[in-house]
Design a protein around this ligand. Structure first.
Ligand SMILES: NC(=O)c1ccc[n+]([C@@H]2O[C@H](COP(=O)([O-])OP(=O)(O)OC[C@H]3O[C@@H](n4cnc5c(N)ncnc54)[C@H](OP(=O)(O)O)[C@@H]3O)[C@@H](O)[C@H]2O)c1
Length: 314
């Protein structure tokens, strides 16, 4: 059974965990969730000015870079586990090879540092965009079709799984769905709906799977504690939503007309063919396997939770 939330400093089996990417959207929430369950967290940030983000989440900041192995050896000393959620998104001024390097080379460097420190557990964050869009319900081992950002995540998964060593280093892959909270893609979506510029593929009846940020973070804790090595886990809530309904829900909260979908060619021109594919894909995921480990989403249906998240964003 999942322990109830809250500070639990005497937790049996408490781990000392290095979180790479601890200053990011998922990393901050994972740090806070681990600490709430009694684990000790070292939060890796490459920019020292982001140390406070880790402290506020209850972790101990460590300055380092997943592409600089010597910084990882120092940060991993005394840790028995590591979580890789460091990521670099493409953008102006970002070298084109950097997103892949941070995820794939990063996981290899973290696995080496874990072995050197005698750590026995590595969690690799990926995402549910690795799955092929399909009409039925997605389960953890449904067919994959990684493209664009999800291809980089898929390669990180593979690099992590290759580093697994039975009896020495366990590796678990985490595939969160669309994580909504105060930041990341959700903030971008909300802002562009508010400014009237959000584009989604017509007719918008394809289903997205969602998961609330703190629920996603608690899934990482569950998988750190009980995930089976060599396996991948979908992290989704209970109630997939059509992209058309999601955008309408956000618009309604701001007393706006729901955005209309656009033709695929227009979307591809605006966001590129890979992102357009992901936005249009039907991915209704099941959380049965993760629930089997005792994880239960606090927010099973984003329709009920999103209004409160929008209040915080505003
Ligand atoms: N957000 C979602 O809804 C979602 C859903 C499913 C899967 N995912 C996956 O989860 C991963 C993390 O996503 P996110 O949304 O949390 O991203 P994020 O907010 O951009 O966080 C990534 C963090 O990684 C850090 N980082 C970048 N390069 C680094 C390096 N070389 N060494 C150490 N740290 C480095 C960044 O530091 P700086 O702050 O210094 O840039 C940032 O704090 C990605 O692989 C993403 O595909 C995300």
């Amino acid at each position: 059974m999942e322990r109830p939330g809250g500070q639990n400093p005497q937790a049996k089996g408490a781990r000392t965990v290095l979180v790479a990417g601890a200053g990011g959207f998922l990393g901050k929430a994972i740090t806070a969730a681990l600490v709430a369950e009694g684990h000790r967290v070292r939060g890796l940030v490459r920019d020292p000015t982001k140390s406070d983000l880790v402290r506020r989440a209850g972790g101990q900041p460590m300055v380092g870079d997943v592409l600089e192995p010597s910084t990882l050896r120092a940060a991993m000393e005394g840790c028995d586990s590591v979580v890789h959620v460091a990521a670099q998104y493409p953008g102006p001024g970002i070298p084109p090879e950097m997103p892949r390097r941070v995820r794939v080379e990063g996981v290899r460097n973290l696995a080496d540092a874990a072995r050197a420190a005698g750590a026995n557990r590595l969690l690799v964050c990926s995402g549910y965009w690795v799955y092929a869009g399909q009409p039925g319900v997605l389960v953890d081992d449904s067919p994959l079709d990684p493209r664009g950002e999800s291809l980089v995540n898929y390669e990180a998964e593979q690099a992590g799984l290759e580093a697994a060593t039975p009896g020495q280093l366990d590796v678990v892959v985490v595939r969160p769905a669309m994580v909504y909270g105060e930041g990341s893609w959700f903030r971008v979506m909300v802002n562009s709906i508010r400014s009237g510029s959000y584009l989604y593929p017509h007719p918008g009846t394809n289903l997205w799977s969602m998961v609330e940020l703190s629920d996603a973070a608690r899934a990482f804790v569950t998988l750190l504690e009980r995930g089976r090595s060599g396996e991948a886990y979908l992290v989704v809530d209970d109630a997939p939503i059509m992209i058309r309904d999601l955008t309408a829900l956000v618009a309604r909260e701001f007393h706006l007309h729901p955005p209309a979908g656009v033709q695929r060619e227009i979307l591809e021109h605006a966001v590129g063919p890979e992102v357009a594919y992901h936005l249009a894909a039907n991915r209704a995921g099941s959380n049965q396997k993760l629930r089997g480990l005792g994880w239960v989403p606090r927010y099973g249906d984003c329709r009920k939770r999103i209004p409160a998240v929008l209040d915080s964003l505003a």
